[in-house]
Design a binder for this molecule. Structure first.
Ligand code: SF4
Length: 445
């Protein structure tokens, strides 16, 4: 269980020496209780207190890494139930199932789809993160053969091996020995053998339980067998059970300090109907899944799920914004158009993307409006004629442009006269309201 500020205070030296940066030991204790400081900042704390505090301050959901290198996925470490309390830490990973009954060509094709699934959205790289090789054939040789294709065709992609057969798991996991794979499929009848395979191969063990009570018993047992890294599946497959079980698990781990369910949750969303699969996956994203397994990769589904995941795992207390400056798009000349917009990330990436699509080299003046979009910034008095004029003058862009024309977003056409007054010698043009009209706007000029 987490310790209160006062309980932590009792373990500190109480000298108020300020070496930790806090004015008093009590203030430091309060910061520790809110997970805003690390005990390492106090040089005088005793080893015994350090150990007690270390145990108490460990995240209620155990941190787990799947895979290695650039594409490794971190999961767990969550500390809250609601993201308005504090941001969610590690976005859930998407894994696509590769059945060992598929042909070598079909497996290679799926591997390629996973590699090509990466997109850039609002400056972040989003992708299908992992491959789950599943032993649906029940044949250990087929699982190993499928694993060999995945190891060859998608060497950098993190892997989950799904089987209830410890011998099959052993043969397949060896192909990914230095890549922190997950072996999923430890249940009441094979748990000792599966734990032994996971332990010998330094793999994370996926617990396949039948209900929450069994889940808790299995994780205790696995821990007793010397395996600390686990991901957990309560057996929930329908949307209402996924919501109920995932919520009970998260609440028990965070609010009650129940260690036996303090692990990342893996949910299986495979469904013959892609739309239903997408809906199930969205339930998992919204409600605490750390890994979501889907059956196929489709661009429309990826885009919907990536966007939802990105929104849920964005810190709602910190606006997404880009730096205020003049951005060159392509290689602008003095005759190139000059646009202006606000520094809300989504606005910047959409506007700059559409200017790029137009293939007309341009300048984009991005003004700091505290991460607000154009209309919101205008309504909040942050994107006004005076502020725009001041920004353009201070930016020094005037020396780079021949015709001194500034293109305003169409939504603030109302500002054009006032900006012209504040920027003597400049021509103010009203651009399109929607960014997707920018290429046509540029072509018809
Ligand atoms: Fe107290 Fe340690 Fe901070 Fe000094 S460094 S004020 S002893 S918590």
């Amino acid at each position: 269980m987490a310790l209160s500020g006062v309980e932590i205070f009792k373990l500190l030296p109480k000298t108020n020496c300020k070496k930790c940066g806090a004015p008093t030991c009590l203030a430091f204790a309060m910061k520790l209780a809110q997970r805003q400081a690390s005990i390492d900042s106090c040089p005088d704390v005793s080893e015994e207190a350090k150990q007690k505090l270390g145990e108490a301050s460990a995240p209620p959901i155990r941190p787990i890494t799947l895979g290695a290198g650039d594409k490794a996925v971190k999961m767990g470490e969550e500390t809250v139930l609601f993201r308005h309390d504090k941001k969610f830490v590690n976005p859930c990973a998407f894994a696509v199932e590769v059945k060992d009954t598929l042909s070598e060509d079909e497996i290679a094709k799926l591997c390629q789809q996973v590699i090509e699934s990466e997109i850039d959205r609002v400056g972040q790289k989003l992708r299908v993160d992992a491959i789950m090789i599943s032993n649906v054939s029940g044949d250990a040789g087929k699982l190993e053969a499928a694993a060999k294709v995945v190891a060859a065709k998608a060497a950098v992609v993190p892997v989950i091996i799904s089987t209830t057969n410890p011998q099959a798991a052993e043969a397949a996991v060896k192909l990914f020995s230095d890549k922190k794979p997950i072996i999923y499929g430890a249940n009441a009848s094979n748990v000792e053998a599966m734990a032994a395979v996971a332990k010998a191969n330094k793999a994370t063990l996926g617990i396949a339980a039948n209900g929450l009570d069994e889940l808790s018993d299995l994780t205790e047992k696995v821990k007793g067998l010397g395996v600390e890294d686990m991901v957990i599946d309560s057996g929930a497959r329908r949307a209402k059970d996924i919501i109920a079980h995932n919520t009970l698990i998260r609440r028990a781990a965070i609010k009650k300090g129940v260690k036996s369910v303090g692990y990342p949750v893996i949910n299986f969303m495979q469904h013959g109907d892609s739309l239903v699969e997408g809906l199930l996956a969205s339930v998992g994203i919204a409600k605490y899944a750390s890994i979501i397994v889907v059956s196929s990769i489709e661009k429309w589904k990826n885009l919907a799920l990536f966007t939802l995941r990105q929104n849920i795992y964005t810190d709602p207390q910190v606006p997404m914004q880009v730096e205020q400056k003049i951005y060159n798009i392509g290689e602008p000349t003095p005759e190139s158009p000059l646009f202006i917009t606000t520094n809300f990330s989504l606005t910047y990436f959409i506007v700059s993307g559409e200017i790029e699509n137009s293939k007309v080299a341009s300048r984009l003046a991005v003004m700091d409006c505290e991460g607000l979009s154009v209309l919101t910034a205008w309504a909040a008095g942050k994107f006004t004629a005076s502020k725009i004029a001041q920004f353009i003058q201070d930016s020094g862009v005037e020396k780079d442009v021949a015709n001194k024309e500034l293109i305003l977003p169409g939504y603030v056409a109302i500002l054009s006269g006032a900006v012209e007054e504040k920027l003597p010698g400049w021509k103010i043009t009203v651009g399109p309201r929607e960014a997707n009209a920018i290429p046509t706007f540029l072509k018809t000029r």
